[in-house]
Write a protein that binds this ligand. Structure first.
Ligand code: PLP
Length: 415
């Protein structure tokens, strides 16, 4: 089937919610994607941070061959050997105690919200009134289900679906005073992304993190870290908040962490990690899922962590990410470049112009990137990307951006 036929079918039968790249993906290998016409693309987006070890990893392939002989699904009515082992691994790297497995980011966030409300209702009540309000941050993105959307500030995602779940309010990003002002007695949780992804690769400040941690602890509320995009190695640490907190400093850790994206390497898998104190407030039967934490997904996920450790990838991500960022910094001299941000292999160039056309031009040149927040070029390359591949991309990016005529003055100049 050719791209034109695929597009015809989709335009007739698929709900029109996606704007797709004009590429029919055929296969992938390492940092490269190949389309039906055999064109190769260096993949700096990796399925929005999911294919973190690159495409078609030999160890993952081998494991899939083995596991395919076993039941693909057993439901959460039975035991299988991989959930507990994966939960142990997640506990070891996070410092939190227990895991609940899900199928996606949004489903992980739903779990976080429900657990925070249940905890507030049972353990940390507020005298007469109920603690239920959740503070999230401006420009946050936590997913598309009604609960996750209620914690997502951006109007374009929310507007058509109002009224959303009550009890959410937004705090100005990195503004500790605004957090203090909005932190009333009925707040049960503060939710952060340590690095905002869809919001344009914005880094939470260490000061704000610790202020949120201190306030929630003092007032009997919980700190929820959405590490769906920035976590699980992407920044060169297992979790992005570990930039501010050592895993052994239990008091400074978040109370709940949401994971997903690369966790199952493309097999849908997410997780909510909880401190024992929070986990103890949730009773049997109060939450669940049919698919979450299946044997195939969990076994692949265990292999994900093994590969990262065996290949020393966390250190490699930190080094390669610093190199990539330094190369992006060189582009600051171009008039269209407004800012360069990020950590590890979660990087961005903010432009003075919309980024959509630039993404298309880069695609034509054989590079998969993406634009978020209208003007932010976002890069989530695979952890195995090499300096040589980065150099190749920088040359192309430099050429495309240098050809861009409009700077901020030109764009905003009257007549
Ligand atoms: C992608 C993402 C989500 C939602 O994940 P889905 O799997 O698309 O539901 C939530 N939070 C953050 C930070 C994300 O990047």
């Amino acid at each position: 089937m050719q791209l034109t036929h695929v597009k015809e079918l989709e335009s007739k039968y698929i709900l029109g919610t996606y704007a797709r790249y004009d590429v029919l993906v055929e296969r992938g290998s390492g940092a490269y994607l190949v389309d039906r016409s055999n064109k190769r693309y260096l993949d700096l987006l990796t399925g929005i941070g999911v294919n973190a070890l690159g495409h078609n990893h030999p160890r993952v392939k081998q494991l899939l061959r083995k596991q395919i002989k076993r039941p693909l699904h057993v439901s959460n009515l039975f035991y299988h050997e991989y959930q507990g082992r994966l939960a142990e691994k997640l506990s070891n790297i996070s410092g939190l105690d227990r895991a609940f497995f899900t199928n996606s980011g949004a489903e992980s966030i739903e779990g976080c919200l429900k657990f925070a409300r249940a905890y507030a209702g049972r353990v940390s009540t507020n005298g007469s009134g109920r603690k239920y309000r959740i503070l999230a941050l401006e420009n946050s993105f936590h997913g598309r289900t009604l609960g996750a959307l209620s914690a997502t500030s951006q109007k374009k995602y929310r507007d058509p679906f109002e009224p959303l779940v009550p009890g959410f309010e937004f705090v100005e990003f990195n503004n500790v005073e605004d957090l203090q002002r909005k932190f009333t007695d009925d707040v049960c949780a503060v939710m952060i992304e340590t690095i905002q992804g869809e919001g344009g690769i914005r880094l939470l400040s260490e000061e704000f993190y610790h202020a949120a941690r201190r306030l929630t602890a003092e007032r009997g509320a919980l700190l929820i870290a959405d590490e769906i995009q920035c976590g699980l190695g992407r920044t060169g640490r297992w979790f992005a908040f570990q930039e501010f907190v050592s895993p052994t400093d239990k008091d400074a850790l978040p109370d709940i962490i949401a994971c997903a994206k690369p966790l199952g390497l493309g097999i849908p898998l997410g997780a909510v990690l909880l401190k024992e104190r929070v986990a103890a407030a949730i009773r049997a039967g109060e939450h669940g899922t049919t698919f979450g934490g299946g044997p195939l997904a969990c076994r692949v996920s265990i292999e994900y962590f093994r590969i990262i450790e065996d290949d020393g990838l966390l250190g490699y991500i930190a080094d390669t990410g610093a190199y990539f960022k330094s190369r992006l910094e060189e582009l600051r001299s171009l008039p269209v470049v407004k800012d360069v941000r990020g950590r590890g292999l979660m990087l961005a160039v903010e432009l003075n112009v919309p980024g959509k056309e630039i993404v298309k031009k880069l695609l034509a040149e054989g590079f998969v990137t993406n634009c978020t927040h209208d003007t932010v070029l976002r890069f989530l390359p695979p952890f195995v990307i090499t300096r040589k591949q980065i150099d190749k991309f920088i040359r192309a990016l430099q050429a495309v951006l240098a050809a861009e005529p409009i700077g901020p003055e030109a764009e905003t100049a009257p007549n």
